[in-house]
Design a protein around this ligand. Structure first.
Ligand code: 4NP
Length: 155
C-alpha cells in the first residue's frame, strides 16, 4: 500500500451527501495540485452499486463537477485501517461508524466534516426528502468544509 494520505467521506446512503463531498474534495485538491486519495461510503447498504442521486449529480454538474460515475458502497470495518481520515456528514453517521470499533486509534480518525468550518452546525442536513434547494445548500456547506480540511491538513 502506498503512503498516500487517504480520506473517506461517509453519510447514510452514499448517494447524496458523501459522493458530493467526494467530488468536491477531489476537485479542490486537484485545483491545488495536491495528491490525496478520496473515497466515500454509506453506513447503510441499501443503495450499494447505484450512482449518486440525479439531484446530487445535477447540482454538482451546475458547479462544473462530475460525480455521475461514482458508485455507492457500504462502509466496512476494514475502512478504519485503510483510511487516515474518516469525515462523517452528521452526528448519526458518527454514532453508526464509532460503534463498529472500540479502538481508540480508529475513533481518532473520525471527524464531523463541519468541524472544519466556522459554523456552529454539526450536521450536513440530509437533502434526500427535499428539493433541489437542499442540494444547493449542501454544496455550499461542503465547499467550505473541504476548504477547511485542506487548510487544516495540507497547507
Ligand atoms: P445520503 O442521503 O445519506 O446523503 O446519501 C440519503 C439517501 C438515501 C436514503 C437516506 C439518505 N434512504 O433512506 O434511502
Amino acid at each position: 500500500m502506498s503512503n498516500e494520505f487517504k480520506i473517506l467521506m461517509v453519510c447514510l446512503g452514499n448517494i447524496c451527501r458523501s459522493p458530493m463531498a467526494e467530488g468536491m474534495m477531489k476537485h479542490q485538491l486537484s485545483q491545488r495540485g495536491l495528491n490525496v486519495m478520496v473515497d466515500s461510503a454509506g453506513t447503510g447498504g441499501w443503495h450499494a452499486g447505484e450512482n449518486p442521486d440525479p439531484r446530487a449529480i445535477k447540482t454538482m454538474q451546475q458547479h462544473g463537477i462530475d460525480i455521475s460515475k461514482l458508485v455507492a458502497r457500504q462502509f466496512k470495518k476494514n475502512d478504519f485501517d485503510q483510511f487516515d481520515l474518516i469525515l462523517v456528514m452528521d452526528e448519526s453517521n458518527e454514532m453508526d461508524v464509532l460503534k463498529l470499533t472500540n479502538s481508540e486509534s480508529h475513533h481518532k480518525k473520525v471527524k464531523l466534516i463541519l468541524k472544519y468550518t466556522s459554523t456552529s452546525d454539526l450536521s450536513v442536513p440530509d437533502p434526500w426528502y427535499g428539493g433541489m434547494d437542499g442540494f444547493e445548500k449542501v454544496y455550499h456547506m461542503l465547499y467550505a468544509a473541504c476548504d477547511g480540511v485542506i487548510k487544516s491538513h495540507f497547507e
